[in-house]
Design a protein around this ligand. Structure first.
Ligand code: UDP
Length: 262
């Protein structure tokens, strides 16, 4: 027996070599981090919920022709994904003022923005993911103009689609972050959505009460993170109303004698 090869370990996920060339297995950990990993906790069940929620969202995006790296979920914590060359940028789309935008510009959290706003951050933990402009991106060749046009078009399509998806279940999509990667199809390069889309990377507020169902629950110590993420999963129809079942670990099922022999 040989051990599978780990390709990369991040704060919340691990990448392993996939079963075929050009694929990886993405494993969702229970680690929650904030403020550039200064705050860190293990939260039982978070990885399972993010795996399911990201599967639901990426699968739906694939279904409407927005290309993502997601191929299929393989178990409670893992999904099979297409390998791509990650562009070192985080693309944030905002509909409502919150977090760093509210702080930086002195806008009240919760104020609706006049139009969706797209921002870029350079992925570098040592620098704390600084905000950058198109000028920086082009000058330092992190992406070219065509890549940028594709990235913005994808980000805005994701925003429209997710805003509707969440509004349908009584949740306001305040903002979110996506990461993108390049794949090659013959002579053509294509930009696809990578990483995850989950309550770790979105701000999700209850339409009626304003209650938060996202990572701010952890960042700001607002209560139980798994309950918040499970509420999102329940409303999306991923978890049964009673909840719980998906968060529990897998059960060992013994094959019957008849099956063993066949
Ligand atoms: N975000 C993220 N990873 C990051 C930074 C931000 O997923 O490293 C998400 C965050 O959850 C929110 C949106 O991007 O949905 C905008 O985050 P913001 O710039 O307000 O930063 P924060 O207040 O989270 O530091």
């Amino acid at each position: 027996m040989s051990r599978r090869r780990m390709v990369y370990e991040g704060k919340a996920k691990i990448l392993y070599e996939g079963p075929e060339p050009g694929t990886y297995i993405q494993y969702f950990k229970d680690d929650a981090t904030a403020f550039n990993a200064e705050k860190h906790e293990i939260i039982d069940g978070k990885g399972v919920l993010n795996n399911r929620i990201s599967e639901h969202i990426m699968g739906a995006l694939n279904g409407i022709g927005v290309p993502t790296h997601f191929i299929r979920r393989v178990n409670m914590r893992e999904q099979l994904i297409r390998a791509c060359e990650i562009i070192p940028l985080e693309v944030v789309v905002r509909n409502v003022a919150a977090g760093s935008l509210a702080k930086r510009l002195g806008i009240d959290e919760g104020d609706a923005l006049p139009r969706p706003i797209v921002e870029y951050y350079y992925k570098d933990d040592k620098l704390g993911d600084p905000m950058v402009s198109e000028e920086h991106i082009l000058a330092f060749n992190w992406a070219n103009q065509q890549d940028l046009d594709d990235m913005v078009a994808l980000a805005l399509r994701v925003n429209d689609f997710l805003s509707g998806l969440f509004l349908g279940v009584g949740i306001k999509l305040v903002d979110f972050k996506i990461e993108l990667g390049r794949i090659w199809e013959g002579d053509f390069q294509r930009i696809i959505i990578a990483d995850e889309i989950s309550p770790d990377s979105c701000r999700l507020w209850d339409v009626d009460s304003g209650k938060k169902f996202d990572k701010d629950v952890f960042r700001r110590d607002l209560g139980n993170l798994v309950d918040a993420y499970a509420e999102v999963a329940k409303r999306l129809g991923i978890l049964p109303e009673s909840g719980g079942a998906v968060v529990a670990g897998p059960k060992l099922v013994k094959a019957s004698k008849k099956e063993k022999g066949s």
